[in-house]
Design a protein around this ligand. Structure first.
Ligand code: TPP
Length: 620
């Protein structure tokens, strides 16, 4: 940088802003009695340079979609983020002193309740996957928006970071710049690599990134590094900033044992007094760099929701296939719909979507955490991502699914190949805990369609609904039981068989619905009538239909499901009916399954019509 009066003033301004970020972080955490001032202090210069020189954003409109984006992946450094927005003029500095209070919007870790936060962070290793999703969205929108993700060095040991590193390099996301605050220390001790900057550099370069090592407390070196990042085309940039934990806080700099500890009042006052002495008075001369472009206008939906093409009694179709068919049609009418898949697109049938909208299909490869994180980033930016893989493989991304719940994101998950009915591939490929996982999140909608028509409807309903959604899909072909005109609703079940002399209610979904229908026919021959309900919506659940059906069918209920017993469909039904004192008998998979023919496994693991018939007879 050429030294001019203006550049000297800029350096002073950024130095002052960084000092104020440190002061605010100390004061806020001391007032809260908890928090991470040392993690804020190491990052203060990086955040100052980004917010007050590099990023183009409108501080009065944090929601403006044209703003450059900052993701604080090391979410425990929340005070430095809050302080930056306060410095930018969004809210008064005194508000920072409400940090971590029940009535304050400034939580211990950031959440999208704040208008300048896209996705909740605090579970380390999630910011980069999210940043990739936002960067992909900017490319899709042909926006010149840039995305900055700040990580900790301890955090960068997370596998999900390396999933993203690989995909970011592969996808040549040159609008993405990640920064690692390499302060040498984690929570309970030093990080693996401490200050071995050359090792970090070699690793990131091997993943296809432009890597820059910089002194993370040297403002002009940081400015130069961010310029270089912006000029780098064809690959993302990683800025490896060598820093000291607690930088600028007297007595604590680079010391172990200070992670997540606020300074006692007297020490805080002393540290602040020292920091205040270095202020030059330049900080208030900042003016924002506004984004060049206006927000892209919303793209309208171009047609009505397409209607299901399957006829009752027609060719048997798997629910996963109907999902793929529906997504393909949905993509034609709704330009906000995007699809992501983890190298199983020919099994989930999302490959059909690739033909509709190849630019809106994102191959996630076999990196499920990153795929879910990217979906979260896309959802945060207004897309409706349908993220699919075998249901069992979503378990490894559960922490992301959990953080998507905290973030209240509009992301859709489609899990295929559920239960023992997948057959020969065996237990490693069977989704048997997916309902438990998704329905554990109180704000997820969980749909479990049984035939192609209802799977089509579930896909359309998921697209219309605003909020996180899971659709459970099976591998085998099933008969079609609903006509294309059948109306499905979230939170509503279907009564498929009923009469005046029903003695037991059987609730099922997916392949077990067909077992329940077989059991109905079998029992009918012996003069026993049962009522059969297709649950369809596991969460929210159709309390009214379940209670009324149970009451009309002898006040006894059997549930049957291709899922483990704990946390599945049976538990969902039981939790509603237990308050009505109606007994529920669960039939579910209760042991680790095995390979075999689908129908053989349905029999062997006790979820077939035979088991239903036997249970009905036992109860009567
Ligand atoms: C996935 C996950 N594991 C553990 C934690 C608990 N934790 C919070 S901060 C931290 C240390 C982080 O170290 P680093 O990334 O180097 O950040 P620093 O605070 O040093 O900047 C740990 C282990 C967490 N928040 N998320």
């Amino acid at each position: 940088m050429v030294t001019t009066a203006a550049s000297v003033n800029l350096l002073k301004l950024l130095q002052d802003k960084a000092t104020r970020l440190r002061i605010d972080s100390i004061r806020a955490t001391t007032a809260a009695g908890s928090g991470h001032p040392t993690s804020c202090a190491s990052a203060a210069d990086i955040v100052s340079v980004l917010f007050f020189s590099v990023m183009r954003f409108d501080p009065k409109q944090p929601h403006n979609p044209a703003n450059d984006v900052f993701v604080l992946s090391k979410g425990h450094a929340a005070p430095v983020l809050y302080s930056a927005w306060s410095e930018a003029g969004l809210f008064p500095r005194e508000h920072l002193l409400t940090l971590r209070q029940t009535s304050s919007d400034l939580e211990g870790h950031p959440t999208p309740k704040l208008p300048y936060v896209d996705v909740a962070t605090g579970s380390l290793g999630q910011g980069l996957p999210v940043g990739l999703g936002i960067a992909l969205n900017a490319k899709l929108e042909k926006s010149d928006q840039r995305v900055y993700v700040l990580m900790g060095d301890g955090e960068s040991a997370e596998g999900s970071v390396w999933e993203s590193a690989e995909l970011g390099g592969n996808d040549a996301l040159d609008n993405l710049c990640a920064i690692i605050d390499v302060n040498r220390l984690g929570q309970s001790g030093p990080t693996m690599l401490q200050h071995h900057m050359e090792v970090y550099k070699a690793r990131w370069e091997a993943f296809g990134w432009h890597a820059i090592v910089v002194d993370g407390h040297d403002i002009s070196a940081l400015l130069k590094a961010f310029d270089e990042a912006e000029e780098t085309k064809g690959k993302p940039t990683i800025i490896l900033a060598r820093t000291l934990k607690g930088k600028g806080i007297v007595g604590i700099e680079d010391k172990e044992g200070w992670h997540g500890k606020p300074l006692p009042k007297e020490e805080a006052d002393r540290a602040v007094a020292v920091l205040e002495k270095s202020l030059t008075g330049e900080a208030d001369s900042w003016t924002p760099k506004l984004p060049d472009q206006r927000a892209t206008p919303a793209v309208p939906i171009t047609g009505a929701m397409p209607k299901s093409p399957y006829a009752i009694g027609g060719k048997e179709v798997a629910t996963r296939k109907a999902f793929g068919d529906a997504l393909h049609e949905l993509g034609k009418v709704n330009p906000r719909v995007v699809a992501l898949d983890a190298d199983v697109k020919n099994s989930t049938f999302t490959e059909e979507f690739m033909t509709t909208a190849p630019q809106r299909f994102f191959e996630g490869y076999i990196a499920e955490q990153n795929m879910v994180g990217m979906s979260m980033g896309l959802a945060a930016r207004g897309k409706i991502p349908f993220c699919s893989t075998f249901a069992c493989f979503f378990t490894r991304a559960f922490d992301f699914i959990r953080m998507a719940a905290i973030s209240q994101l509009n992301v859709k998950f489609a899990g295929t190949h559920v239960g023992v009915s997948i057959g020969e591939d065996g237990p490693s490929q069977m989704g048997l805990e997916d309902i438990a996982m998704f329905a554990a999140e109180p704000n997820y909608t969980v749909l479990y369609p049984s035939d192609a028509t209802s799977a089509w409807a579930a896909t359309m309903l998921a697209a219309e609904l605003v909020g996180p959604t899971y659709i459970r899909l099976g591998r085998p072909n099933n008969p079609i039981v609903y006509s294309p005109d059948e109306k499905f609703e979230i939170g509503k079940s279907k009564v498929l068989r009923q009469g005046n002399n029903d003695r037991i209610l059987v609730v099922a979904a997916g392949v077990t619905l067909f077992e329940a229908l077989k059991a109905y026919d079998e029992l009918k021959k012996g003069g026993i009538d049962i009522r059969v309900v297709d649950l369809f919506s596991v969460q929210p659940i159709d309390r009214a239909t379940l209670v009324a059906s149970a009451r009309a069918a002898g006040n006894q209920v059997i549930t049957v499901e291709d899922h483990y017993s704990h946390g599945g469909l049976g538990d969902a039904v039981q939790s509603v009916l237990s308050s009505e004192r109606i007994p529920v008998y669960k039939i579910a998979v209760t042991e680790i399954p095995h390979s075999g023919k689908p129908q053989e496994l349905v029999e062997k693991f006790g979820i077939s019509s035979k088991s239903i018939v036997a249970k009905v007879k036992e109860l009567l």
